[in-house]
Design a protein around this ligand. Structure first.
Ligand code: GUN
Length: 298
């Protein structure tokens, strides 16, 4: 068996088109567009690239984009003041504080200072609770993108065995909640899980979010299973005597593709979906704030 490739790149492109259409309709009917403000503290090169890409795509779909670049030495109080300014600004509908933050700043305190209706990352404790209780929440972008692709491929996820490998607040935990809300039987596996290969072999769906390059091997996968690879790991490999860089996921792709029924590639899988979902979330936040019907995105 050779797995079907689930192209996040193509899916994200279609989602951005839907967002563009919605933004244009909202502009016509309400005379305003969603605004996304991104706050970056310091100059972590990876974060700078993410923030630049987010701003570029925000503008491309017709939204308002504002970047707030703060020094790595900014105090927690100054950062809280900046967040309060955007919290009360009616032209701002989505707020994202790029993580990680410097060590002297309490990340959870910062996240919980964001107005929950504008928390397009879905990291605020209110949104975590709303998702956990199956209520209307802002949903973290990466797991939301994974869910969109899974629902598009399977239509109905009800009754399927899903194994989420990784238990982070950003991906693993919200992914498990989303799959549970879709009536999957969910196992959250992690570094202390006993006999992880055996646990994975039970899965109709594997979501790999451990951050270890090519960790999940082909013989851990049940034939025909769907594999969603959230990992983005930069490794180097030898090619005719020279060292070259390469991007790989948390799944050994060459092994998995021979066993799985469907798989997301790296790059071109989950990665592009994250920013597309951020744009969708910002549009959803705009609709909720303005009390107009929100798009379904399906
Ligand atoms: N850093 C890495 N991923 C993310 C994300 O999804 N949101 C934020 N705010 N920071 C990140």
């Amino acid at each position: 068996m050779v797995a079907s490739i689930i192209s996040g790149k193509e899916f994200a492109s279609r989602l951005r088109k839907k967002v563009t259409t919605q933004v244009s309709k909202l502009k016509s009917s309400l005379g305003s567009v969603p605004g996304l403000d991104v706050i970056l503290v310091g100059n972590n090169p990876a974060s700078e690239i993410y923030v630049k890409n987010k701003a570029k795509q925000t503008i491309e779909v017709g939204m308002q984009s504002t970047k707030h670049m703060l020094s790595k030495n900014v105090s927690e109080d100054e950062l809280l003041k900046q967040i309060n300014t955007v919290n009360i600004d009616d032209s701002v509908h989505g707020i994202l504080v790029q993580l990680p933050l410097p060590d002297h700043i309490n990340t959870q305190k910062i996240i919980n200072s964001i107005e929950p209706t504008k928390d397009v990352d879905g990291f605020h404790i209110s949104n975590v609770g709303l998702l956990a209780t199956g209520q209307k929440a802002m949903i973290p972008c990466t797991p939301l993108g994974c869910l969109f692709m899974l629902k598009d491929y399977h239509q109905d996820l009800s009754g399927l065995n899903a194994v989420v490998v990784g238990r982070s607040n950003i991906v693993g935990k919200p992914m498990a909640q989303l799959l549970l809300n879709e009536n999957c039987t969910v196992t959250v596996a992690h570094s202390k899980t006993q006999d992880l290969p055996k646990v994975c072999r039970q899965a109709d769906i594997i979501v790999a979010a451990v951050g270890i390059p090519e960790f999940i091997r082909g013989d851990w996968i049940k034939p025909g299973a769907t594999v969603i690879d959230v990992g983005i790991n930069r490794i180097s490999y030898q090619d005719s005597g020279t060292t070259k860089p390469k991007l790989v996921g948390d799944v050994n792709y060459d092994e998995a593709i021979a066993v799985a029924g469907a798989i997301t590639p790296v790059p071109g899988g989950v990665g592009p979906m994250t920013i597309a979902c951020l744009l969708a979330n910002t549009t959803t936040a705009f609709c909720r704030i303005n009390n107009v019907e929100e798009p379904s995105w399906n």
